[in-house]
Design a protein around this ligand. Structure first.
Ligand code: MF3
Ligand code: CO
Length: 238
């Protein structure tokens, strides 16, 4: 999984270089497809429950599971690229929100807060803590910043398949929920909205967007609970 994570991180780091006004999420998806093939890995999302693409690409008010498209990204857009890499049967999952050109102050703040929220959640992912400690840390911080945490989607265990137990909520009560043990591997992936947390589903049956039309961002890592604390399997060189 660590090797798969390094490959996934490389994808994100290359995408960070590719992102600019005028590029399409279709091109980014094609890059991920080719890059993984070249390294003997597979885009696990392709074919998952009928999903057709290597990546999810969610722009502006899209919360998650946006389809890669031929439409050009514009200056000021934000776009979340989410992917699951399968390297010889080891699966890892990571999403990252990118700024296209220059952002409004509000959009830039949303990205900072959402990324910080992810790392605040990861900090709580230590043996002996409970799942609620992770959710609480994320929710408390995000709401203090005036944004909201999406409730409709959770992080998840990951192993032979993408989505396994447990559900990892990004809100909750400290000291509640499953006790964390060494060796557990799961994702933490807060989606944060500028406005209300409610989402609505597009007619395509996949794409969720904010009900009130405000911006949404997401950062996701796959982490393992180890003796030494949380190990971020999909960490990028930052
Ligand atoms: N990577 C997504 C997650 O974080 C999974 C999306 S399922 C897909 O859970 F089919 F849309 F790819
Ligand atoms: Co995930």
């Amino acid at each position: 999984m660590h090797e798969a994570g390094k490959l996934l991180a490389q994808c994100h780091q290359t995408i960070a270089q590719m992102i600019r006004p005028g590029i399409t999420t279709w091109e980014i998806d094609a890059f991920v497809d080719r890059f993984l093939a070249k390294h003997g890995a597979k885009p696990e999302q392709k074919g998952y429950r009928g999903y057709q693409y290597a990546t999810c690409a969610s722009v502006n008010d899209e919360v998650c599971h946006g389809f890669p498209r031929r439409k050009r990204l514009e200056n000021g857009d934000i776009v979340t690229i989410d992917m699951v890499v399968n390297l010889h049967g080891a699966l890892v999952d990571s999403a990252w929100t990118y700024a296209v050109g220059t952002l409004s102050d509000q959009a830039a703040h949303l990205l900072t807060v959402t990324k910080t929220a992810l790392y605040k959640g990861i900090e709580q992912a230590v043996a002996g803590n409970r799942l609620g400690d992770i959710g609480h840390a994320i929710q408390q911080y995000v709401e203090a910043e005036g944004f909201s945490v999406v409730r409709d989607f959770t992080g998840h265990g990951i192993g032979p398949t993408i989505h396994e137990d447990p559900d990892v909520f990004h809100y909750g009560k400290p000291g509640k929920g499953l006790r964390l043990k060494e060796g557990m591997v799961f994702t933490i992936e807060p989606m944060v909205n500028v406005g209300a947390w409610q989402c609505k589903m597009d007619d395509n049956g996949w794409t969720a967007r904010t009900a009130d039309g405000t911006l949404s961002a997401q950062y996701e890592h796959t982490i393992a609970i180890t003796k030494g604390g949380p190990l971020i399997l999909t960490e990028q060189t930052r």
